[in-house]
Design a protein around this ligand. Structure first.
Ligand code: ADP
Length: 202
């Protein structure tokens, strides 16, 4: 049986990691999205109980739902709280990811991990290749502003809690530039995928 390579996708917020991941998916790769899996982790009752234990009722809004903005404000203003939350959530995200890949069986050509905190969570150890998605801060800011309604402050604060982008870029095996033309990105995704598959089989 052929080995199925695992590809990790990293890059700044709004660089286009999820966009690139979906291009890998359309080439026949299975994709696990860490942000989506983290959202699912927050739905687990034990997780909610644990964070309520730490931070009290303030984590719920007036409707009784988890207040993700409040949680973000707690963890992005205090490193130790962020690390505490990450140590709770990351193992669950890794478990969900494994379940997604296991469910795909052998019918995929690669597994793709779309995880903003790939290195921080130690997920790079599972990867045969790391792809860095590159876009300028100006482009990334424009994208998150229109897609998520974030301001510069939010982007900078969140990125400050992550491994610096130049370090992530250095650790990567491939760079995909995502500044504008999506067809150019698609072409590059195919090229990178082929190279990874070729080097994986040698
Ligand atoms: P990330 O996963 O790195 O945070 P996304 O893939 O979610 O980034 O992209 C952020 C936003 O920018 C999304 O709304 C996405 O549709 C848009 N986007 C990404 N790449 C491009 C591109 N090449 N051209 C136009 N819009 C893009």
């Amino acid at each position: 049986m052929n080995h199925i390579p695992t590809i990790g996708i990293v890059g700044g917020i709004g660089s286009g990691k999820s966009t690139v991941a979906s291009l890998f998916a359309s080439q026949g790769c299975a994709v696990a999205n860490a942000d989506e899996n983290a959202k699912k982790a927050f739905e687990i009752l034990e997780v909610q109980n644990q964070i309520q234990d730490w931070w009290g009722e303030q984590i719920y809004n007036s409707k009784g739902d988890l207040d993700t903005k409040k949680i973000a404000s707690i963890v992005f203003s205090d490193d130790s709280e962020r690390k505490r939350l990450e140590s709770l959530i990351h193992p669950i995200v890794a478990r969900f990811q494994q379940e997604i890949f296991d469910a795909c069986g052998d019918g995929v050509i690669a597994y793709v991990i779309d995880a903003p905190l790939l290195f921080e969570a130690g997920l790079e150890l599972q990867c045969d290749a790391i792809v860095f998605v590159e876009a300028s801060q100006e482009t990334r800011l424009r994208r998150v502003l229109s897609a998520r309604g974030w301001g510069e402050n939010e982007l900078v604060t969140r990125e400050a809690s992550q491994l610096p982008l130049d370090k992530k870029r250095k650790k990567a095996d491939y760079v995909i530039i995502n500044e504008g033309d999506l067809s150019a990105v698609e072409h590059r995704v195919k090229e990178v995928l082929e190279e990874i598959r070729n080097s994986d089989s040698t």
